[in-house]
Design a protein around this ligand. Structure first.
Ligand SMILES: Cc1cc2nc3c(=O)[nH]c(=O)nc-3n(C[C@H](O)[C@H](O)[C@H](O)COP(=O)(O)O)c2cc1C
Length: 209
């Protein structure tokens, strides 16, 4: 699978088969994450692979924490690309039955600009991780909802104070691949502005210049 295929085929998967994921696959995926670009080459990321009873505990706790928040959601039926409230609650309870959850951490220390740069770098690692998993036929879902439960996650996974949780993702073979949510402006008539005078780009000066 080439890079463009992986980019287009990656979906946020929320239901997984119980089939195990190999340690080699996890290492290959984390290696791809480790090759992300990083501000000042700080490579400020770390990963935790959670499985078994620890994953079950994470799910039970996330379900309890997320339940009151879900009451604020419109209870739309599952439309093939996003889950109903009940469907999301089931997903939360065991991370969609995924055999593994990968947690991405970054450094928590440093002045705010440095911390922002570290979060950005760790997000680049996260995206590499998702794309590598897609290339191996595995499903993922970038999740920050569980950060509502960070105190519990920190205790359960022994995450020290000098680390911030950036995001986590379940990892496993998809049981259901959701429909791709429509992209806003898929023809890219609004999302890009061309500034400059190369004729092949059809560029113009920005207003007021
Ligand atoms: C920063 C970030 C946080 C997200 N948090 C969650 C989450 O907590 N739970 C969830 O189910 N999906 C979460 N998602 C996934 C988005 O819902 C999903 O990417 C979006 O609906 C587009 O669908 P696609 O990933 O299949 O293209 C998150 C995505 C990003 C980038």
């Amino acid at each position: 699978m080439d890079a463009f295929e992986a980019i287009h085929e990656r979906r946020s998967v929320r239901r997984f088969k119980p089939d195990p994921v190999t340690r080699e696959d996890i290492m290959q995926i984390v290696d791809a994450a480790n090759w992300a670009p990083s501000a000042m080459n700080r490579q400020p990321w770390e990963f935790i692979a959670v499985s078994g009873e620890y994953l079950q505990k994470m799910g039970q706790s996330f379900k309890t924490v997320i339940e009151p928040h879900l009451k604020e959601w419109d209870d739309k039926p599952d439309d093939g690309s996003s889950l109903s409230r009940e469907g999301f609650l089931q997903f939360a309870a065991n991370y969609g039955n995924a055999p593994v959850v990968l947690v991405v951490l970054t450094k928590a220390e440093g002045e705010p600009r440095l911390h922002t740069a570290d979060l950005e770098s760790a997000s680049a690692a996260m995206e590499n991780l998702l794309l590598a998993a897609t290339a191996l036929g595995l499903g993922t879902c970038w999740m920050t909802g569980p950060l509502l439960d960070s105190e519990y996650l920190r205790r359960l996974l022994a995450i020290p104070d000098d680390k911030t949780i950036v995001a986590l993702t379940p990892l496993g073979y998809p049981a259901v691949v959701p429909k791709a949510p429509k992209r806003f402006d898929p023809e890219l008539t609004q999302k890009i502005r061309w500034v400059g005078n190369l004729p092949e780009f059809g560029g113009v000066k920005p207003d007021g210049a």
